[in-house]
Design a protein around this ligand. Structure first.
Ligand SMILES: [Zn+2]
Length: 146
């Protein structure tokens, strides 16, 4: 059976989930060239520099999305339909995070919509609950605008 729990002790992804548990969105950044790196890797893919985890603003824009009506995994059926999104992060829009958009009617979604991170407790398949960084429409933004 597929484990749907984040591994907080995993050397590459554990810091992401431990930051989420504190209500922070953090990604690895290169100490040499300062670029953000996603997915996590041992070293910077651009210059080979060491990476450290950097807290981010949690702001971004909707780069792409789809509304999942019938999830591939049965464990996600209770959440359906849900919006699977590619979020371009404010600090480095070329870095895009796969997440979900919540609390927005799917008919109101539009690419480039300003988003803000929100932390939600998930417990798929009845597992132990954990906080996950999801996204919602940024306060004060107009629908679909930038
Ligand atoms: Zn680098």
């Amino acid at each position: 059976m597929l484990a749907l729990q984040p591994d907080l002790d995993h050397p590459l992804t554990g810091p992401f989930w431990r930051a989420a548990a504190r209500g922070e969105l953090a990604l690895p950044a290169c100490q040499r060239c300062q670029c953000l790196v996603w997915y996590p890797r041992a070293l910077c893919p651009h210059c080979g520099g060491e990476l450290h985890w950097r807290p981010l603003s949690g702001r971004g824009h909707l780069a792409a999305y789809t509304v999942v009506q019938r999830p591939l995994l049965a464990a996600f059926a209770p959440f359906s339909p849900y919006v699977c999104a590619l979020v371009a992060l404010e600090e480095e829009p070329r870095v895009r995070l796969v997440s979900q958009v919540v609390d927005v009617d799917p008919g109101q979604l539009a690419c480039d919509m300003p988003l803000a991170v929100t932390f939600r407790e998930l417990a798929p398949d009845g597992g132990a609950p954990y906080l996950a960084p999801l996204f919602t429409r940024r306060q004060g933004s107009q629908q679909g605008g930038v």
